[in-house]
Write a protein of this length. Structure first.
Length: 80
């Protein structure tokens, strides 16, 4: 079973010793946003989610059946 992003963020935040408020301040987002993300809210701004992930040193990667073909066709764009 795939882990939910909410669980991953909460796990990393807690192991980092951060409160929701501290994470929000470091990511320059509202405390309510961190709370909502950790509760699994799906309708959030992607830029704000990326801010939270960056503070927690969580990288985002994509998987698909066509990803290898994509890498061959766009070798310079794959890491952007």
């Amino acid at each position: 079973m795939k882990k939910k992003i909410a669980d991953i963020i909460r796990f990393h935040r807690k192991l980092s010793g951060l409160t929701q408020l501290e994470l929000a301040e470091m990511a320059d987002v509202g405390k309510n946003l961190v709370y909502e993300v950790e509760k699994g809210k799906l309708s959030i701004n992607f830029d704000n989610l990326l801010k939270i992930l960056q503070v927690l040193n969580i990288d985002v990667s994509f998987q698909s059946p066509l990803y290898e073909s994509f890498l061959k066709e766009y070798p310079d764009d794959a890491d952007s």
